[in-house]
Write a protein that binds this ligand. Structure first.
Ligand code: KG4
Ligand code: ZN
Length: 360
């Protein structure tokens, strides 16, 4: 069985062909980093327009690399939640068009579940039940994952996502976008104890939430105190940039490792799976390894190529195919994060009575 998986939740246009034996026959990721770099972050309207231009060439190239003809596909899977509304729509529309033209079923992929499934895919062994930690540009959340399609939210960031904080702090330090890899590089020559940045909620054992907005402000005030709108003009020495980057990265890594461990203790689970762009960070990986080794917990962190957005992790569609979970062609996009499900429909924490989930 061969499934074409599409991923356009944010600023990567990606496709892959996977089999029911979880083999990857071909995969392509077209990054948009160059388009968003000068803005220091993803501009949603630019992202969706770029998806429109790239989706068909990306699908073509994926099928060519896989050596698979359109007629050999058994289903098309697409990430339809969560993400940027306009970006999600491009992937969903392409998937629907292919399903109609080829007369094959449509499968919905939850992007966050897919990030955790990257661990299942790479390890080639069962990883469920586990605690799932997703750390990306848009999300920082902990889940009790009873199965690949059965997630219960334990906690999440109350403001910025970890990756978002990396990107914004990089911009303050005038490092290149995307900020995560730039901060990691700058931090190599820095002292992680040079600045005592806050670790929000770390000591609060009642919460499994994160907060990175205050940490970001702490970096900003270290560069130049409050009431200094000219802080962008402050000249920082190279060593200062390295020390700020290392100290910031250490604070984020401590928060992620601390809350992941608390979630393991709370749930009594013995396996931790970690995915998302920030999971590519070596210091974050190291801190998670230290904490899990001490507690004899099995740790699976997605391999680097599967941390940032890709369509290979859409192989989770195989689980839905096996469970007979196919979608009608009126399937919508759900940009917000579902906190729980009611039957097969996502329920949104911020949804008001009568409001469609697609509008959250
Ligand atoms: O998972 P992803 O590709 O997209 C979302 O679903 O958001 O994550 C992108 C985020 C960006 O904020 C980027 O700065 C961050 O992941 N990132 C990193 C690293 N590589 C990417 N953060 C820290 N260290 C890295 N090496
Ligand atoms: Zn992602």
């Amino acid at each position: 069985m061969k499934i074409l998986t599409l991923e356009t939740t944010c600023d990567e246009t990606a496709a892959a062909v996977v089999t029911d034996r979880l083999e990857v026959l071909g995969a392509v990721v077209a990054s948009q980093d160059d388009l968003h770099a000068r803005f220091g972050g993803v501009v949603p309207e630019i992202a969706s327009r770029a998806h429109v231009e790239r989706i068909l060439p990306v699908i073509d190239e994926t099928l060519r690399r896989a050596g698979v003809a359109l007629g050999e596909l058994d289903a098309v899977a697409v990430a339809n939640t969560p993400g940027l509304a306009g970006s999600l729509l491009v992937g969903l529309s392409a998937a629907k068009a292919m399903c109609v033209a080829l007369g094959i079923p449509l499968i919905a992929v939850n992007h966050l579940q897919a990030h955790i499934y990257a661990c299942r895919l790479a390890s080639r062994q069962e990883v469920f039940p586990c605690v799932g930690l997703i750390v990306s540009g848009g999300h920082t959340s902990l889940y009790r994952c009873l199965g690949p399609l059965d997630f219960e939210l334990l906690g999440a960031t109350i403001d910025d996502a970890a990756g978002e904080a990396f990107d914004k702090v990089a911009s303050m330090l005038r490092l290149a976008y995307p900020g995560g890899p730039s901060i990691e590089r700058a931090a190599e020559k820095g002292n992680p104890r040079a600045y005592a940045f806050p670790r929000p909620f770390l000591k609060d054992l009642d919460r499994l939430d994160f907060s990175f907005s205050g940490l970001k402000t702490a970096v900003r005030y270290t560069i130049a105190g409050p009431g200094r709108p000219d802080f962008q003009q402050v000249q920082l020495a190279q060593q200062q940039v390295a020390d700020l980057a290392a100290s910031f990265q250490e604070a984020v890594a401590d928060c992620l490792a601390g809350k992941a461990v608390l979630a393991l203790e709370r749930t009594g689970m013995q396996i931790l799976c970690v995915g998302g762009g920030v999971a590519a960070n070596q210091r974050v990986r190291q801190r998670l390894e230290e904490e899990t080794r001490r507690r004899r917990v099995r740790l699976h962190v997605a391999p680097l190529r599967l941390c940032t957005d890709n369509a290979v992790m859409g192989a989770i569609a195989v689980e839905r195919y096996r469970a007979g979970l196919f979608e009608d062609l009126d399937l919508d996009v759900y940009p917000g994060v579902a906190r729980q499900t009611e039957g097969d429909s996502p329920v949104f924490a911020t949804r008001k009575p009568g409001q469609s989930p697609g509008n959250v």
